[in-house]
Design a protein around this ligand. Structure first.
Ligand SMILES: Cc1cc2nc3c(=O)[nH]c(=O)nc-3n(C[C@H](O)[C@H](O)[C@H](O)COP(=O)(O)OP(=O)(O)OC[C@H]3O[C@@H](n4cnc5c(N)ncnc54)[C@H](O)[C@@H]3O)c2cc1C
Length: 366
């Protein structure tokens, strides 16, 4: 059997590793021109379910690489007001030396690509597919085609595979925009940063800070504090056209203006950021996860259950899907049972993210 995976994101790479480990012929087609393309370094929380899925699909040497490049586990979830008065605090036991509780997306993808060089084609933008006999012909934007027995759409929230397979699927705009940034943990920053910000995820009104303290940093950068500011277009004072056209430095100065009357330590942290690393995101979600027609085209991850990041569940659910789909494609179960389980599990994650989102954000549009 030959499996074609569109998208070398978190779910697509996990599936490729799982299938190759089981001896299945796999090709991954990724739109980005290279693995080091664009701003993708932000922190992702890994849940026990995500960790379990990774253990199931990854060959041991790749799992070791992922553990080495993961962040050192934190033990805190806390909330503060804008003057840094503590509002709540929850602590967790710190996992063992091999536990993976959070990862930097870029370092994680690089580790997950270990051993996949000859199986991933970069600069291959999926355009459409056609079912041919019992297989599928995949057409790319560069005019080339490939044939496979199974096509997996692992191409994220804006999935083109899903757009063709499930044209009626609705993705809702939450109206919430996020500006992400990176504050390198220099000695000067470490001297002022509140200790809680180095222990785990800390909310500060409409913003959040979380540490990325690498076990082994990537070549390109070192430890940093992820910072994110959220708000509606009205709260940010910018339309989408303006926000998404802004150069990174201008975006970051918008964050500086928004927090101008917050505690001076927040101001110092925001000033110490790498402004060129800032990027905006529109938070989108589905409200129900839809089944797809039986056949050689299947979906996983954000392609089939895009969700708000408010439960820290999107990547973990994509990893869970990848482990179950590996089973289904290697004879441990069937594509029909993958779909059935995925619908239930994916819907639970979407619902939890929406419920958390309603508490955290001003969600007037969904
Ligand atoms: C800032 C932020 C913080 C987050 N934090 C968390 C967290 O703490 N925990 C958590 O579980 N989740 C988190 N998430 C969600 C998580 O990142 C996603 O749910 C996860 O990446 C989904 O994985 P995926 O493989 O389905 O899609 P993606 O990782 O988005 O991968 C899709 C891939 O497909 C490629 N692609 C797209 N279109 C095409 C095409 N036409 N042709 C070829 N390739 C294509 C893309 O370039 C990309 O590489 C966060 C998301 C964001 C934005």
């Amino acid at each position: 059997m030959k499996v074609a995976i569109v998208g070398a994101g978190i779910g697509g790479l996990a599936l490729a590793q799982g299938l190759l480990k089981a001896g299945v012929e796999v090709r991954v087609f990724e739109r980005d021109p290279s693995p080091v393309f664009r701003r993708q370094g932000y922190r992702i929380h890994v849940s026990p379910a995500g960790e379990e899925a990774l253990a199931a699909v990854l060959p041991e040497r790749v799992r070791r690489r992922v553990i080495e490049t993961a962040t050192r586990p934190g033990d805190l979830l806390a909330g503060f007001d804008t003057q840094l008065n503590a509002l709540f605090e929850q602590t967790f036991p710190i996992g063992g030396p091999d536990s993976i509780t959070s990862i930097d997306r870029y370092a994680f993808r690089r580790a997950m690509m270990t051993g996949l060089d000859e199986f991933i084609a970069f600069g291959k933008e999926f355009a459409s597919y056609g079912v041919v006999g019992e297989g599928v012909e995949i057409r790319f934007a560069d005019g080339t085609t490939e044939v496979a027995d199974v096509l997996v759409g692992a191409d994220g929230a804006g999935s083109r595979v899903r757009a063709q397979l499930l044209p009626e699927f609705e993705v809702h705009d939450s109206g919430i925009r996020c500006i992400y940034g990176k504050i390198p943990l220099t000695d000067a920053v470490r001297a002022v940063v509140p200790p809680s910000f180095l222990r785990g995820f800390c909310f500060v009104q409409g913003a959040a800070f979380a540490p990325v303290l690498f076990r082994t940093p990537p070549e390109e950068y070192g430890d940093y504090l992820m910072a994110v500011l959220t708000g509606t277009s009205e709260q940010l004072g910018r339309t989408d056209d303006e926000l998404f056209a802004m150069p990174a430095e201008e975006l970051w100065s918008l964050v500086g203006k928004q927090i101008a009357d917050w505690h001076p330590v927040i101001g110092s942290l925001v000033s110490a950021a790498d402004a060129s690393a800032a990027f905006p995101i529109a938070l989108r979600t589905c409200t129900s996860v839809m089944p797809w027609p039986e056949g050689p085209v299947v979906l996983l991850g954000d392609a089939v259950h895009p969700m708000l990041p408010s439960a820290g569940a999107g990547a973990n659910t994509a990893l869970w899907d990848a482990a179950r789909l590996t089973d289904a494609l290697t004879g441990g179960s069937t594509l029909a049972s993958y779909q059935e389980e995925m619908l239930e599990h994916g819907m639970a994650a979407v619902t939890e993210s929406l419920e958390n989102g309603r508490r955290m954000f001003d969600l007037r549009t969904i």
